[in-house]
Design a binder for this molecule. Structure first.
Ligand code: ZN
Length: 456
């Protein structure tokens, strides 16, 4: 007799789709099979059961362009739970003056409000060779992945290739890894210099100002650094066919490169910038073309892309008010709550993905890339009982007023999707069921990660 049994569902893993009960004790999966008995049961008849989704790229309460992304760790993780996300990986907030270990301590105070589990990436800003100990100390505090930018010189976030190479060598020695925002700074600058003021006043110019070439060039360079140093390196938010081709090429040379894309690059294009409210779609990298979308879906099927994450960075309409140029907008889109429904509906529903691709890309993939597998991202005996019961037949319309993210718009407003989360379990506790959130503030835990595990 188990404490809790999820009964009669269709259990979906990257390797199989089978009818089975899941027996849970002490927050852990203890049995998977037919005919399990429990003191309490959750009826999953007619439903799919996925491992809890891991959104490996979120920005809660992020200071940007004089404002802050509008979800904090409480509101953002309530939205996550409603969307079947049981783990997020967010970032420390780097500054030129502070050290990564100090930034971890500061961020943990905010993480304490979360209702789902949270791991952290260390954001690397202003780091210089000589401060090797910062990475070692961060690793001792359970942070094993570090975020670099090849762009954003003006805001001080860019790391030069020479400094990045040194950092990659240290991370490789520690058994840690890097994740990199790839857009070539020099190309962005040269294009920006050639734009007329009238072009800067057009939202649609964003896609021209930061084209796919910027991404492809930067991925190629970072791929070379990864190859040279042996550092496991993850390319975040790959948005273009050119970027993906550069990932493929670096991997074929033996670089330990993994890749991510996001729903916005799979289902939206730069045509959104032509809308009356096109400025709400400002994001970096910019939205691309139909051809890029097709290349990314193909990359997912061919396992050239390891995971889908959201880059959830929500702002309200007010925060995104148009002030005459796309360069004045805070960049970022909300998405943590719509990740699973969109990937299921637009991917599986439209024949672009197979059903087992969903847990591969949303759970096992991120868990393996970031050293959380198999405690997270798996329906296996011994894993945390993080589960999503999902009704594959329910059709509903995305309405930002009914979503739990604190923003008042959604890029997918008015879209009809098929498939909806009915129940979310975190370590064996129901945290969301039938439209109601039941997790108390602070229910989530900080996930301390070890070096040298997983990374595909
Ligand atoms: Zn991001």
């Amino acid at each position: 007799m188990h404490e809790l049994v999820v009964q009669g569902g269709t259990v979906v893993t990257p390797l199989s789709v089978t009818s089975a009960d899941i027996g849970i004790d002490g927050g852990t999966i203890r049995a998977i099979g037919p005919g399990l008995a429990g003191e309490r049961t959750i009826d999953a008849g007619g439903k799919l059961v996925f491992p809890g989704v891991i959104d490996a790229h979120t920005h809660m309460a992020l200071p940007v362009a004089g404002t802050r992304s509008c979800d904090d760790f409480h509101t953002g993780t309530v939205a996550a739970a409603c969307g079947g996300v049981t783990t997020i990986i967010d970032f420390t907030v780097g500054t030129q003056e502070t050290t990564i270990p100090d930034e971890i301590e500061r961020r943990l105070n905010e993480v304490a409000e979360a209702v789902v589990d949270v791991a952290l990436h260390g954001e690397v800003i202003g780091w210089e060779p000589g401060a090797e100990e910062e990475f070692a100390e961060a690793v001792r505090r359970g942070v094993t992945s570090f975020k670099f930018y090849t762009a954003y010189e003006d805001s001080g976030r860019r790391t030069s290739p020479a400094v990045m190479k040194r950092a990659f060598e240290i991370l490789a020695d520690l058994g840690a890894g890097a994740l990199v925002h790839c857009e070539d700074e020099g190309l962005i600058r040269s294009i920006a210099d050639s734009l007329a003021p009238t072009e800067l006043a057009e939202m649609a110019t964003l896609a021209i100002a930061r084209p796919d070439l910027c991404e492809g060039a930067a991925v190629t360079q970072v791929g070379r650094l990864a190859e040279e140093t042996g550092c496991p390196t993850h390319i975040v938010h790959v948005s273009s066919a050119l970027g993906l081709a550069a990932v493929r090429e670096a991997r074929s040379r033996g670089a330990r490169l993994t890749a991510e894309t996001c729903p916005q690059y799979l289902v939206l294009t730069a045509e959104s910038y032509d809308r009356m409210d096109g400025h709400l779609f400002a994001a970096s990298p910019a939205l691309r073309t139909d051809a890029d979308q097709r290349a990314l879906w193909k990359g997912l099927r061919r396992q050239e892309i390891d995971l889908i994450a959201t880059d959830h960075c929500p702002f309200t309409r007010e925060q995104k008010t148009w002030r005459g140029s796309f360069t004045d907008l805070p960049y970022g889109l909300p998405g943590v709550e719509t990740l699973l429904p969109l990937v299921y509906s637009e991917g599986v529903g439209k024949g672009l993905l197979h059903l087992p691709d969903v847990p591969r890309l949303l759970s096992e993939g991120p868990a393996r890339v970031y050293g959380l597998y198999p405690r997270k991202g798996a329906i296996e005996v011994g894993a945390d009982a993080d589960l999503v019961v999902f009704d594959p037949d329910e059709t509903w319309e995305i309405d930002p007023n009914e979503l739990h993210m604190r923003t008042d718009f959604s890029p997918y407003e008015g879209w009809t999707v098929t498939g909806r989360v009915t129940t979310t379990l975190l370590r064996g506790d129901v945290i969301f069921a039938d439209g109601e959130i039941s997790a108390e503030r602070g229910r989530g835990r900080f996930l301390f990660r070890e070096v040298g595990v997983n990374r595909v």
